[in-house]
Write a protein that binds this ligand. Structure first.
Ligand code: TXA
Ligand code: MG
Length: 342
């Protein structure tokens, strides 16, 4: 199959919507990461998503909507707190887990009685959903296990020849996936941190819980409310190590030099303010804070991989605000290999 890459003009959006309605898959931009979309009411189309991504069948998908009417059809109940949060942050990088209606195919929810729903703020994504006039089931448009794609080129790298079309809407502004929060319990619980922060949500509805797996490893045998949390995620080919604490950079430079001396090909991924201390070492800079790390993390991991890095040494950020999402993805990419140097 040839994969067409088209910019998001009206003609391309109409063609993409037609493909979705015909049961085919299209990769499309959102404000978080690119999605691999199919008709969210058609089990065969959804099966294709699992096949193309190589996604484990026990990991449910998010239904993407662009109207309140679409939400009403997918869920049976919207608790008051969920309503408050949705009204404040939709459209946006927030996914709400709610009791599923019978209309949602079981393959979407991986057999759970709940469904994850998100109304993206990306205008291109909204136009695609409205043009197809269907909820679009979409995971991130990467091969399962690899870093999520934040530009059309990254989607092409993973899915070339496997889907008919990629809509190119440029780089995603958040760079990490949406916040997933479940409202089937009270207080609600954040299952995956993302673009809408815990602080923002608590400012509206009071305390919310954060699942333990957000910053610590989960035993694969343990029952988890969001099956995605136990799967290997965001991993580049190179080994990733996270350095945390006030002396992190010195320890990273030392580890880099040792690795190079031993014949490896290390790369540094560090804050821009430390640029002067890096010298001629191979490096990428993510900016200054959690928001910058989130925006650049996935693409930078892919870039360092393509340069043949054997080891990637990353400097941690604070877990405040969107830093929690950035650190969650970074720790998973590192398979929780962290060195604290204070
Ligand atoms: O920003 C995003 O959310 C992107 C864009 C494309 O919208 N999508 C995305 O989808 O990240 P995916 O499939 O890569 O991640 C969905 C996450 C998984 O961790 C999955 O386990 C969880 O949402 N999830 C889906 N349905 C769920 C449910 N019913 N209960 C609990 N967790 C659920
Ligand atoms: Mg994903």
């Amino acid at each position: 199959m040839t994969t067409e890459v088209r910019s998001c003009d009206q003609e391309a959006l109409t063609a993409a919507a037609e493909l979705i309605c015909a049961g085919e898959l299209v990769a499309f931009p959102t404000e978080t990461v690119y999605g691999l979309g199919g008709n969210g009411l058609n089990p065969e189309a959804v099966q294709k998503i699992f096949t193309v991504k190589g996604r484990p069948a026990d990991n449910p998908l998010i239904e993407h909507i662009a109207s309140w009417r679409m939400l009403d059809r997918l869920v049976t109940k919207v608790p008051e707190k969920a309503k408050t949060v949705m009204e404040a942050f939709w459209p946006g990088p927030l996914t709400c887990v709610l009791p599923a209606s019978d209309l949602v195919p079981r393959i979407v929810t991986a057999g759970l009685s709940t469904v994850a729903v998100r109304w993206p703020s990306s205008v291109d994504a909204q136009r695609l959903i409205l043009e197809a006039d269907l909820p679009i089931a979409a995971p991130s448009a990467n091969t399962s296990g690899k870093p999520s794609p934040t530009c059309a080129e990254d989607v092409l790298e993973d899915l070339k020849g496997r889907i008919p079309m990629i809509l190119d809407g440029g780089s995603c502004c958040f760079g990490v996936e949406s916040t997933v929060i479940t409202f089937v319990q009270d207080p609600p619980m954040i299952l995956r941190p993302g673009g809408v922060t815990k602080e923002q949500i608590e400012g509206l509805i009071g305390p919310v819980e954060v699942h333990a797996s957000v910053l610590t490893a989960v035993d694969p045998a343990e029952h988890v409310p969001s099956p995605g949390m136990k799967h290997k995620h965001y991993a580049p080919k190179a080994k990733v190590i996270v350095y945390r604490g006030s002396k992190a950079l010195s320890a990273m430079l030392e580890a880099y030099d040792t690795c190079e001396y031993e014949g490896g090909k290390p790369w540094l991924f560090v804050a821009s303010q430390d640029q002067d201390r890096i010298g001629t070492r191979r490096s990428l800079f993510y900016g200054n804070d959690g928001e910058d790390l989130a925006r650049h993390l996935f693409h930078s991991l892919r870039q360092m991989d393509s340069e043949g890095a054997t080891i990637i040494l990353c400097q941690a950020v604070s877990t405040e605000g969107i830093g929690l999402a950035a650190m969650n993805r970074l720790l998973r990419a590192a398979e929780f290999d962290v060195i604290d140097v204070c």
